[in-house]
Design a protein around this ligand. Sequence first.
Ligand SMILES: [Zn+2]
Length: 395
Amino acid sequence: MSPEQTVRPAEWSEMDGVLLLRSVATAMVRLSEIVSPGTFTLPYPDEAQRALNDTVLNCLLLKAGPPESLPRLIEWAACRPLDRWPIAMPPDVVPPGSLLLDGATRQPTQLCYEWAVDTEDSAARHSEQQYMALASERCREEDYPEAYQAFRRLLVRRPVLTHRELTTLPAARDSDLGPLGDLLHDVYQPAPAAYLDRDRRIYTACARCHTLLHPTTGGKLWCERQRCRELGTVRPGREYRADEGGGSRLLIRPLRQWVSAPGALEIRLARQLTSIGADVELWPGFGAYGMRVKFPDGTTLAVDHKDWANPALLGRRATPPSPDPPYDRCVWVVAVARLRDQPDFRATFERYRRTASPELMTDRELLRTARQLTGTTTLGARHPAPDGEPTEGLF
Ligand SMILES: [Zn+2]
């Protein structure tokens, strides 16, 4: 075992191996934003050239064979699990077998984005924060919480819109988007050509999570959400003709990953908590946290659903949310299925956290706590027992 295994998180963040991993992840995300991947030529984008240089230098220092070109580095990212890269770092920094790029589509994995947002220089660019902070600020200024709620629900329910919908939606009579209509043009971008079925000229959405499915080299369809893939065959949902409604728009990846995916889980959890007898408000205080759960005895929880692949990176971010609106305890919820797949998840999270709160719970543990607090011993007959498996169709 390497001596780095015992370093504290603060020192860990500046380790060479960690810096390198951040650099490569940021480069992979940046390359995925290039419209026609595979067509880039010298000079490579700055981030990519830097990541290649860093990796080669690191390999030379460790006397390991380096990737001799950027295409070769991309090959590593898609085919070589991170725990088999010649990088010196603590063993719990990368979940075993994890990749930065999906092998079949060369799209960045969820984990790749988690590393990219751990990089100070690129965190804002690859996270959801700038857009959500702007939405929150505008709605707060206009005292328009309904608009903030409508925006959040739209991002969860409709990661794909046609251009026509994008322009007509804010003006629709029943639209509550208020001051956020023009923000849609920033967060919904033309669907990348890589998602298009070139023979049929259609984009296909996932039947479960509604984001676009990516065709694979093997003629199948791939969903970026791990939970959809784990359910077995990804089911195709709505099809969009390439020219339908002026063309398809796809919510940008940071918002799909950091807002749509946890938002869908929060909506589902809110429904279950309500059926137990709790009073639930989603995204209170213009998105101060995921949901405010109030029980009959007055106990109030601030709950956020965290769908992260890397427990070390999540642990480093553990801080209590803003106390406006106030709460008694704050909880980060992780799907029980995640802990089943990654048995070390909780221990690693605990090792890297810097503050005692929020508490980490699975969705099942939260529901058990909720039943204790409401004095309900069994779930209402209207809802099946939560087993961590998503029901068909999240909405
Ligand atoms: Zn899906």
